[in-house]
Design a protein around this ligand. Structure first.
Ligand SMILES: [Zn+2]
Length: 302
């Protein structure tokens, strides 16, 4: 965005028709006298029409005539405009006028548009259109607010900008992904079949694979099944327990087959502690998850 000084020049110049011509520094030598203020012209300050500024801004396809027309039709702005002309703005009562009354000394009328300083007060009907025009380049909330505040204003404009950007699909798509959660490594176990990690891989050619890994020995058991159920999981775990003995802890994701009453009762009856990995973060089930990936990769290649 241009600096405030450049903007002020733009406001002053917007009332004129002019062409900008570049003059080389060597042929445009400024001496002390040429910089001396000319007191006569300084005291004779011309009144500039700031409303030209909004019209000369190419990003807005609106003329001050559109704004003036809608200002006359806007129930609140029409009254505000009338009150400014009569000098009775501070007499307006009602919460809908409070934002305008608090700026009563700073509001003015130009070409039947209400201005707050250089900023044009936009009537309700044109607000959505103007916001979209300003947000064409999909700047972020802070930059869009800065840009809009330089040209226009209405009560609660900031909230409307935030709402627009928070619901703008192109802006949301470009948002960076949230940072990955920090993974806490599993504590190493001292004995075999103390803690096992369980997960399902698939579907691979219409089958699922139940993967069970012992965290100490990294021994892997894999069982093929057509459907993922608590009963199937329990039956296979029962086989494992018969062969290797009971375990202390079972780690799984929060799939229905692991959280069902049937599965929970089975673990409780065998005094097995159940650790569920964070929902939406299957990678926290470290070993089984890694092995599931390995199995999938190999099965796809077969
Ligand atoms: Zn956007």
């Amino acid at each position: 965005m241009a600096s405030a000084r450049i903007q002020r020049w733009a406001v002053i110049l917007s009332g004129f028709d002019y062409t900008v011509e570049y003059i080389k520094g060597t042929s445009n030598i400024a001496d002390g006298l040429s910089r001396m203020p000319h007191w006569e012209s300084c005291t004779n300050v011309e009144e500039y029409h700031y409303i030209h500024f909004i019209q000369s801004n190419n990003s807005i396809k609106l003329s001050f005539k559109d704004i003036a027309r809608e200002t006359r039709r806007d129930p609140i702005l029409a009254k505000v405009s009338e009150a400014i002309k009569n000098g009775t703005l501070s007499n307006l009562k009602g919460s809908e006028f409070s934002a305008y009354v608090s700026k009563s000394q700073e509001l003015s009328i130009e070409y039947e548009c209400v201005l707050w300083g250089y900023r044009v007060l936009v009537p309700l009907k044109l607000r959505k259109q103007i916001l979209h025009e300003f947000h064409k380049s999909h700047l972020g909330i802070v930059k869009t607010k800065m840009l809009i505040r330089s040209y226009i204003w209405w009560p609660a404009v900031d909230k409307e900008i935030e709402k627009l950007i928070n619901t703008c699909i192109p802006c949301q798509e470009l948002q960076p992904c949230p940072e990955k959660s920090f993974l806490i490594p599993w504590k190493p176990t001292d004995t075999v079949w103390s803690r096992i990690h369980v997960d399902f891989a698939g579907p691979i050619k219409n089958y699922y694979l139940l993967v069970v890994i012992d965290s100490f020995s990294k021994w892997v058991e894999v069982y093929k099944t057509k459907e993922i159920t608590s009963t199937f999981t329990i039956n296979k775990l029962r086989e494992i327990f018969c062969r290797y003995g009971l375990i202390d802890t079972l780690v799984s994701d929060n799939g229905r087959q692991f959280t069902s009453v049937e599965f929970q009762t089975f673990l409780k009856n065998n005094s097995v502690k159940h650790i569920l990995t964070a929902p939406g973060h299957p990678s926290t089930n470290g070993q089984a998850e890694n092995f599931v990936k390995t199995i999938k990769n190999h099965c796809m290649q077969v």
